[in-house]
Structures are given as structure tokens and as C-alpha cells.
Design a binder for this molecule. Structure first.
Ligand code: GLU
Length: 423
């Protein structure tokens, strides 16, 4: 991913600062912060994988289990060359808060392997996925901790992991992981769920901002699973995709681009850049565009203070986790940009993961219509809970992100208190 952050921002410090602020805003005892600032448990494991040339390569794998007050730990596994323990800890914190906002009965967790999937064969990916599961199986389980896809992982990776876990247990235990293929207990609509959730979140934000999605212009940073489907769904509502960037470059056309054709071009050439009829644009240029909506759908810390200063869009719908730095948030607040925060905007993924887990546990499966209806209802409810919280409890003085953190923290703090975890 083209990285806008020149000096590395520590994502874990950012995540902790979000909790601290919410604790202060709610006037809760510092004990609550102490209980939540560090994950309950972080495992770092050496993952030996036989490569195609016969040599054994050792990868570093992580699983961070942040908090399970509201239910088993839950969160994806990412494969990325630059991932480290602090990033995984931060991402697990966000999952705790995301699940509390969405009111799904899960805590927060996150996993990762430092590797470059682009340089690995399918067989190497399979062996890595299975070895990761062997290393982590003792701490995972449908009632303990339930992984899912994230950056550079997909249904196939989940299938290998679920299969490996089932072999270890000696029976099919599909509820251990979500985002699986349909034939292995997956859920219809899981692949598109995060993006569909982004659509609903942006649609609600557009409603409160008095913007019609029908004539809205929008841009997307990152053209993977979330970025592509978000572009497609927004275009289906009549929105115009005027720019998209990926790790190799970008495409810009004020007249609008067809999201499907853009994906076809990316699949054929490896990037969205040089899409017929488009001009080149970089990520900084994308954020400076005069458009209504921007969907960050790449990695953390992309909207820095410098980038925020140039933003002219009126809505940011965070498809990615942690794309905006705290300094940038202040600037966007000043500029009256409505930022629908990650822990709300991208919760469609974990919401449908919850549906998948429920179906696995019941061995009873719902139709696609049913899933879509339930997802839309949950997303709209979550948006309105947070928006009302911001307007009523906070007299509209806080951002949507602060309101989301406060709302989630209130739920968590109360649940932790009755369980005797602080007080
Ligand atoms: N990786 C996704 C996220 O960051 C989905 C997590 C899940 O479904 O457990 O929200």
C-alpha cells in the first residue's frame, strides 16, 4: 500500500489515546483505562513453513486477545510484511470497541503473520495458514476466540485454518472461524458485508448532511475487497466514482468510472492506474479532490494532519481500520467533515461474522435476503445510536468517533464493573 505516513506513527499509542480520551470524557476512574489499555493476552509465535524450494522459513505470527467482557474474542487475521505486535494490539482494541458499538456479543481480538503473500505460492500460503492454526489452536475456539479474514486473507485462508482446527479437534468445528467458503459453513453475503455496511453508514451520514447519494461524487483509497465493493454499492445508488488508488498508483476521471471495469483492469494489469480514459493520481491527490465522499479502504494512519488540511470532501466513511490520526481528526472536526469512524463504518464485516457464527452454532442457515435485511437493520441502528448519543448526551460537542468510543466504553465499563473487574 502506498504509505502516506513518512515517519511511523505508533498505532497502538493511537488506540490507547482513544480509550484514554473516552475515559476522561465519561469521567470514569483511571482504573478502567488501566484495565483496557493492554490486551488480556498477546501470543507471538514462530511459524515454521516449508517453502516450495524445500527450505524451512520461520514467519512471526501474532494473536492479540484484547478484552472478552462482552463475549469471546473476535477479529480478523492479516498477512502483511510490515505488521508488528503493536499494530496487532491496536487492531484488537478497535475490535473490542467495534463489537460493543455494533452490539454483537463479542470481545476484541486480532491476528497477523508478517509475510508477503504476493511473493508466495498457493501451496506456501496453505502451509502457512495451517501452521498458524497449529500454533494458535490452544487459545482459539468457538467459545474462546474466533478469527476471520482481514488484509490479504480470504475465504480460502479461513477454509484451510478451519480444516486444520477440525483435524486437531477430530471433529468439524466450523464455528471457530468466520468468513469461510459457503460449502464449509460460510455465510451468504460475508464477502461483501464490510462494504455493504460502509454503504449503509455513508448513506445515513449523507442523510444527516443533506447530501443525496444519487448525485454524489466519491473517491476510494484502496481497491481491495472493501474498496471495490464499496465503490460498486455507492455507484449502484447513483454515486459517481471519480478516483481510486491502490499500492501501485491511481486513476482519476471527473466524469466517473465504472467500478466493475476498473476492477477488471486492476485484475488484468495489477493496478487501477492507466485505466482507459483516466488521468493518474496519487493518494495525496485523491484526498485533496473536490468530492462529496471519501472511503479510505487501505491501511492505518493514511489521513494525517497534512492530508486532513487538504480534504474538501464532506463525508469520510472509514472502510479501513484506523485510517485517521488523532491530529487529523481535530482538523476535520474544525472543517465540519463528518467522519464515520472505522469502529462504526466498517462493522458490517463483524456483524455478518456474528450471523455466520450463530448459524454454525445452530446448524441452521438463513437466506441472503435475511442476512442483508438483518445487516442493514444493525448498521442503521448502530449509526443512529451513535449519532443520537453525540447529539443528545454530548450536546454535539464531540466527533462521531469520540461518541462511538464513549458509547462502547460505557457498555464495557458497566459490564466489567458487574463482573468485578474494576471498582
Ligand atoms: N477483519 C474485519 C474487521 O476488521 C472483520 C472481523 C471479523 O469478522 O471478525 O472488522
Amino acid at each position: 500500500m502506498e504509505n502516506l505516513t513518512k515517519e511511523k506513527i505508533n498505532t497502538y499509542q493511537v488506540a490507547k489515546s482513544r480509550i484514554k480520551r473516552a475515559v476522561e470524557q465519561l469521567d470514569l476512574p483511571i482504573n478502567v483505562y488501566e484495565r483496557l489499555k493492554a490486551p488480556d493476552r498477546v501470543i507471538e509465535a514462530a511459524i515454521p513453513v516449508e517453502m516450495d524450494d524445500g527450505k524451512i522459513k520461520i514467519f512471526t505470527g501474532y494473536r492479540s486477545q484484547h478484552n472478552n467482557t462482552l463475549g469471546p474474542y473476535k477479529g480478523g487475521i492479516r498477512f502483511h510484511p510490515e505488521v508488528d505486535a503493536d499494530e496487532v494490539k491496536a487492531l484488537s482494541i478497535w475490535m473490542t470497541f467495534k463489537c460493543a458499538v455494533a452490539r454483537v456479543p463479542f470481545g476484541g481480538g486480532k491476528g497477523a503473520v508478517a509475510c508477503n503473500p504476493r511473493q508466495m505460492s498457493k501451496k506456501e500460503m496453505e502451509r502457512l495458514s495451517r501452521q498458524y492454526m497449529r500454533a494458535m489452536a490452544p487459545i482459539l475456539g468457538p467459545e474462546k476466540d474466533i478469527p476471520a479474514p482481514d488484509v490479504n486473507t480470504n475465504a480460502q485462508v479461513m477454509a484451510w485454518m478451519a480444516d486444520e482446527y477440525s483435524k486437531i479437534q477430530q471433529y468439524n468445528d466450523f464455528g471457530v472461524i468466520t468468513g469461510k467458503p459457503l460449502d464449509m459453513g460460510g455465510c451468504v453475503g460475508r464477502e461483501t458485508a464490510t462494504a455493504r455496511g460502509v454503504l449503509y453508514a455513508v448513506r445515513e451520514a449523507a442523510r444527516v448532511k443533506g447530501i443525496s447519494l444519487k448525485d454524489a461524487t466519491f473517491a476510494v483509497q484502496g481497491y481491495g475487497n472493501v474498496g471495490y465493493f464499496a465503490a460498486r454499492f455507492l455507484a449502484e445508488q447513483g454515486g459517481k466514482l471519480i478516483a481510486a488508488t491502490d499500492s501501485s498508483g491511481g486513476a482519476y476521471n471527473q466524469g466517473g468510472m465504472n467500478p466493475e471495469l476498473l476492477l477488471k483492469h486492476k485484475n488484468e494489469t495489477g493496478s487501477v492506474k492507466n485505466f482507459p480514459g483516466s488521468d493518474e493520481i496519487d493518494t495525496e491527490g485523491l484526498y485533496a479532490l473536490d468530492c462529496d465522499i471519501i472511503v479510505p479502504a487501505a491501511l492505518e494512519n493514511q489521513i494525517t494532519a497534512k492530508v486532513a488540511q487538504k480534504i474538501r470532501a464532506r463525508i469520510i466513511g472509514e472502510g479501513a481500520n484506523g485510517p485517521t490520526t488523532p491530529e487529523a481528526d481535530e482538523i476535520l472536526k474544525e472543517k465540519d467533515v463528518l467522519v464515520v469512524p472505522d469502529i462504526l463504518a466498517n462493522s458490517g464485516g463483524v456483524i455478518v461474522s456474528y450471523f455466520e457464527w450463530v448459524q454454525n452454532n445452530y446448524r441452521y442457515y438463513w437466506s441472503e435476503d435475511e442476512i442483508e435485511r438483518r445487516l442493514e437493520r444493525k448498521m442503521v441502528e448502530a449509526f443512529n445510536h451513535i449519532y443520537e448519543y453525540k447529539c443528545n448526551n454530548c450536546k454535539d460537542t464531540v466527533t462521531m468517533r469520540e461518541a462511538a468510543f464513549m458509547y462502547a466504553l460505557q457498555r464495557l465499563a458497566e459490564a466489567m464493573k458487574v463482573r468485578g473487574w474494576w471498582g
